[in-house]
Ligand binder design. Structure first.
Ligand SMILES: [Zn+2]
Length: 232
């Protein structure tokens, strides 16, 4: 008697042997039976571009087109949020940042990307770019990976440091307007700026972590002694 497989994803029985697939090595469904649709149409969690090539290589929960160069793992930051992260034995990650749709940093990162591609290609650096899905539809993680060889990594790193300066990567403006809109950040700077150094959203988050309820108390005190200001 022939064994009938059940798709590990949609759980439908797979009657036709021609439409029986197994999850690729280094995927969530590795070695598990899958129907044709689930195998092929599973949405990619990572898209990888080798060097200056235009053809993308995808990693989904069922397929891994990088032939083991990379594998993707889900990292949850809490019950609701998380992101996919890549691992590789062949390449070393030298850069990682989030591309935020409609944020100023998007154009800066595009410029960094273009300059990096040009410089790395001219200098014979074997690199990959990876775009990874996160739980936030407006946020895509962007990585640069370089062949794991000391000479390659060092040259790539130094080149990238120069490009970061050129595109003003460290400017705090690119770290604001993410958690709070600028108006809210400005208000918080007014209230807390005499006591604490607040340049970016994450400065505020660090303060909240350190001070907790005490920080809210300080904000309330500020509004008590400055009753004219609107507190919305
Ligand atoms: Zn299926």
């Amino acid at each position: 008697m022939k064994k009938t497989f059940k798709c590990a994803s949609c759980e439908e029985p797979i009657k036709n042997q021609d439409s029986l697939f197994f999850g690729d090595v280094n995927t969530y469904y590795e070695g598990k039976p899958l129907c044709e649709v689930c195998y092929h149409e599973d949405e990619p969690v990572a898209t990888i571009y080798y060097r200056g090539e235009e053809e993308p290589y995808h990693i989904s929960l069922t397929r891994n087109e990088t032939e083991g160069d990379f594998k993707a793992k889900w990292r949850s930051t809490d019950a609701w949020r998380g992101r996919y992260e890549l691992e590789s034995e062949k390449y070393q990650r030298i850069f990682s940042d989030a591309i935020l749709s409609y944020h100023e940093s998007e154009a800066m990162l595009k410029e960094l990307n273009d300059k990096m591609m040009e410089a790395f290609s001219t200098n014979g650096i074997d690199f990959c770019r990876a775009f990874l899905r996160t739980s936030n539809v407006f946020c895509t993680d962007y990585d640069i990976w370089v062949r794991k060889e000391p000479d390659q990594i060092l040259r790539a790193y130094l080149t990238l440091e120069r490009i970061k300066q050129e595109v003003d990567y460290a400017n705090p403006i690119y770290s604001t307007g993410i958690l709070f809109d600028r108006e809210t950040l400005g208000k918080l700077q007014n209230i807390l700026g005499n006591k604490y150094q607040i340049k970016t959203d994450s400065d505020v988050m660090k303060l909240v972590e350190q001070k907790g309820e005490d920080l809210l108390e300080e904000i309330r005190d500020y509004y008590k002694s400055n009753p004219g200001e609107d507190n919305e």
